[in-house]
Design a protein around this ligand. Structure first.
Ligand code: SF4
Ligand code: SF4
Length: 285
């Protein structure tokens, strides 16, 4: 009998997909947008996924094995076009400084993840296409701007995740209400509100060629995008690079949608390979 090591994912996985990108064996997949699943036959127990996981839900465990584990070769991920979407996120932020009306492009980051989750029942947006998550990985991991510590337990708790989602949505609807007030005749406020508190004057954008209500929504929406980026950057520095993914309202919402859509199906990350095969076609790598 020999002892083998493998990664074990607990039920608190937020299905962010950070672990997929670092696994040298391509042994992890995301099952139905709900949880990461490890193929124990391929996993070599190197622990890279556990180090990267912002939700700190992966542990490396050992167990006895009667047969020798087959030697698997490292499978390097080849770069795909969507691995460069961080450029889009970066350019988006700069365009907002140039003219606030570019804020409308950010609506894609709200609608696409929801559409994917509703139509396909998975979190492929978070797992593949989220440029902001990629940006945090580059800044925090590759450029060394992160302390790479596990976030505190409260930040990883469901109460905080869902509480932040409710708070975020409340602020979003407040922003819609402010836009309505301008539609009803209130004066346009040319300012970006950071962290829902600090009003930054933003009056260099030429918005004279659009109705005031259109401009007001752009200011409000860019405030939301800038605030979430700043929060993500701060938690990237203090904790792990993709800590934002743990409490990102879009991530929480899309995982919730996936849970509802795939209700009743077993998605545990523990019986790795068996589960992955049982859901063949649904696992994303
Ligand atoms: S929380 Fe993210 S990184 Fe951690 S196991 Fe789940 S999918 Fe992987
Ligand atoms: S411990 Fe296993 S699943 Fe995790 S990175 Fe290493 S090989 Fe991949």
């Amino acid at each position: 009998m020999s002892s083998i090591k493998y990664a074990h994912v607990s039920k608190d996985c937020v299905a962010c997909g950070t672990c997929l990108k670092v696994c040298p064996m391509n042994a992890i997949s995301i099952n139905k947008g709900i949880t990461a699943v490890v193929d124990e036959e391929i996993c070599i127990g190197c622990g890279k996924c556990a180090k990267a996981c912002p939700a700190a839900v992966i542990s490396i465990e050992g167990r006895e094995r009667r047969t020798q584990k087959p030697k698997a070769k490292s499978q390097m991920r080849t770069k795909r076009w969507y691995d460069y979407l961080w450029i889009f996120s970066l350019v988006y932020l700069f365009l907002g400084f140039f003219n606030i009306l570019f804020a409308y492009i950010g609506l894609l980051c709200f609608t696409v993840p929801l559409m994917i989750a509703i139509r396909r029942g998975d979190k492929s947006y978070c797992n593949k296409y989220c440029g902001r998550g990629q940006l945090f990985t580059i800044l925090g991991d590759k450029l060394g701007n992160s302390l790479k510590k596990d976030p505190p337990k409260f930040l990883r708790s469901s109460i905080f995740r869902y509480g932040f989602l409710v708070f975020f949505l409340s602020m979003f609807f407040m922003m819609i209400y402010s836009t309505y007030l301008v539609f009803a005749g209130a004066p346009l406020k040319q300012a970006v509100t950071l962290l829902w508190l600090f009003k930054l004057p933003w009056n260099w954008s030429d918005v004279s060629f659009v109705p005031a209500v259109v401009a007001q929504f752009a200011f409000g929406f860019y405030s939301v995008m800038l605030t979430s980026t700043v929060l993500g950057l701060v938690t990237m520095i203090i904790f792990k690079p993709r800590t934002w993914c743990v409490y990102c309202p879009m991530g929480t919402m899309t995982q919730g949608i996936c849970k509802i859509k795939n209700k009743g199906e077993s998605v545990s990350g523990e019986k790795s390979k068996t589960n992955c095969r049982a859901f063949e076609g649904a696992c994303q790598r």
